[in-house]
Design a protein around this ligand. Sequence first.
Ligand SMILES: [Zn+2]
Ligand SMILES: [Zn+2]
Length: 421
Amino acid sequence: MKFNSVRGTKDICPPEIELWQYLEKTAVELLQDYGFSEIRTPIFEESGLFNRSIGEDTDIVEKEMYTFADKKGRSLTLRPEGTAGVVRAAIENNLLAQGNLTKLYYLGPMFRYERPQAGRYRQFYQIGAESIGSSSYWRDVEIILWCVEFFSRIGLSGIKVYINSVGCPECRPGYREVLQKFLQENTTQLCADCQRRMVRNPLRVLDCKVETCRQVVSRMPAIQNYLCQSCRDNFQDIQQALQKENITFTVDKFLVRGLDYYTQVVFEIKSENLGAQDAVAAGGRYDKLVKELGGPDMPAVGFALGMERVSEVLKKQRAGALMETWVDIYFALLGKQAQQESFNFIRDLRQSGLKVEACLEDKSLKNQMRQADQGKAKLTVIIGEEEIRKGIAMVRDMQTKEQKEIKLNDLVSFLKELKLK
Ligand SMILES: [Zn+2]
Ligand SMILES: [Zn+2]
């Protein structure tokens, strides 16, 4: 009997996982530099949480959620995104206090039943963060800046920032009416879903992936002309701040993000190297969600980035470059005595934080040197019967190919002093 992974899921194996660990480590360090603390929420929640926050008429809630009844018949859903759960948890655990700013980050798998394609999976990983409790537009800028800084730190080039304002409860109803009128005039070109959405939630037509709907969207009146004064000012302020911080961006008037909870500025970050595939990171402000989920009336802004897409682009760009430090020292050992003598050295070096691997399987020297090469070892320590007899080890620099004899008694301290980490 042979089993395969479920369609739309994938295993992340070595050496790819090294890249993932590097991305996670870099992101976590940078999030902490920006004052975010980690929160871990369950992978499944009550279905109602997502219906309420993401919105009943969105593609996510209508088509993409893994919803199931548990043994007691309760409707549960595997989280399709991170924000709803984080906000629920922040309220429930009393992390939010009026007048205070709460900055939280999360990482982990999300689940959406979408058509699998390059860079899109049904179980996918996100790193995201939420700033809850501030209406300052500098918090929006801070989040966008974090993303730009992160992509620069990991060396991802060809990054483009797109922004738009989706308005607020003041001005959106007006735009909604205009939109509804326009869509009614073009009903025949809309798919069945959009014909239904048009009545209940016309903004969601903008997310539709059906080609004829996309054509209608491209002729639609833009929301910018219908923003209220405070949304207009907010959008201006953010654009000026981004310019001041030297972050190049494009205003995309059709950018709305496929979730109902967004208010005012939303953004997407795309990579030129990813072709037509969606964003590598995205987010925006959601000033009404905390209250909507039973918490205090607190403004908030957040983002999430997609690990699969980021690692795809990075793999293309920096092929193999991240594997250089897989192993610091490789021990090529010939004969039982060499294994016996060395095992203690290996243990000692590992305890000091060095990455050490050894051949303990009676293989030829040629074979062992190939292992050392594959592991991108910086140094190889060769110990055979001859070396044991002389009480020495051969230390080979894998880059310069230089070899040095070191006394076995001095070997560990010699290797530690090289500061290979
Ligand atoms: Zn407004
Ligand atoms: Zn449609």
